[in-house]
Design a protein around this ligand. Sequence first.
Ligand code: BEZ
Length: 211
Amino acid sequence: MSLRLGDTAPNFTAKTTEGEIDFYEYLGDSWGILFSHPADFTPVCTTELGRTALLQGEFAKRNVKVLAVSIDPLDQHLEWRKDINETQNCHVGFPIIADENKNVATLYDMIHPNASATATVRSLFVIGPDKKIKLTITYPASTGRNFYEVLRVVDSLQLSSQYSVATPADWKVGEEVIVGLSLSTEEAKQKFPKGVKEVKPYLRYTPQPNL
Ligand code: BEZ
């Protein structure tokens, strides 16, 4: 059964390039991103893990801990990590889970047999500090993820977890946000002193409240 938004992210223990971890302990109170890649020593995956390492500062700023997973063994992960660091000019410091027994892949439904019977697809889960699943995205093996989009979604999720707002199509940090439907326009004016623009009773904008 696949995991859905709002479900509790299953806990697990796993062997990783950073030692044995308990997922929940590793996350602590942070947000988490767990993402699978099909296989070590493959080109698209090499660029993805490199990009994640290069964006480590952006993830840290947002209090997000990142973990990668594939069903390859630890010795291969460790060898491949050297290639990633060399070719992508980075330092991979986040754990890469060696999920040889497919425990994590099964818990998170990362093997889609009609795409590949043996490899994990490119699944990505954003997990909140409450250990609930906030976002899932699934890419095919041939498409590398857009990690700027992943950061953008984290920004949106974190904003809407703090304020009664949502973010419009193509929103980026600094742009106006949408007032949540749970607030009347009068209530919104009290909550958002920077101003509320009512285009329709159900479509109200306000400047990003935390800037
Ligand atoms: C890649 O990462 O390049 C890749 C992995 C598995 C299948 C196809 C591409």
